[in-house]
Design a protein around this ligand. Structure first.
Ligand SMILES: [Zn+2]
Length: 81
């Protein structure tokens, strides 16, 4: 079976979809859902997948965690009325 990651890498020429940087030799990029699965993103749709470098992945994870926290806080506020 051809892996999704290889198909995405071939499509994007092995570049990070966020910053467009090409992987250095020996560097591996992660396969990332552009739209998080938790927000309705497709899991195996090539259109929703991209390669992401470590630096961008870290930033994205932090942003998503912060957004998750914000949503939780808003929910708590709205239930308190
Ligand atoms: Zn990047």
């Amino acid at each position: 079976m051809r892996s999704l990651k290889r198909r995405v890498a071939a499509r994007d020429n092995g570049c990070c979809y966020v910053c467009g940087r090409e992987a250095d030799e020996g560097e591996t990029y992660d396969l990332e859902h552009k739209r998080p699965v938790s927000q309705g993103g497709a899991t195996r749709d090539l259109d929703n997948l991209g390669l992401i470098c470590q630096a961008c992945h870290e930033v994205k994870s932090r942003v998503e965690a912060a957004e998750g926290n914000r949503r939780r806080v808003q929910r708590q506020r709205s239930t308190r009325g």
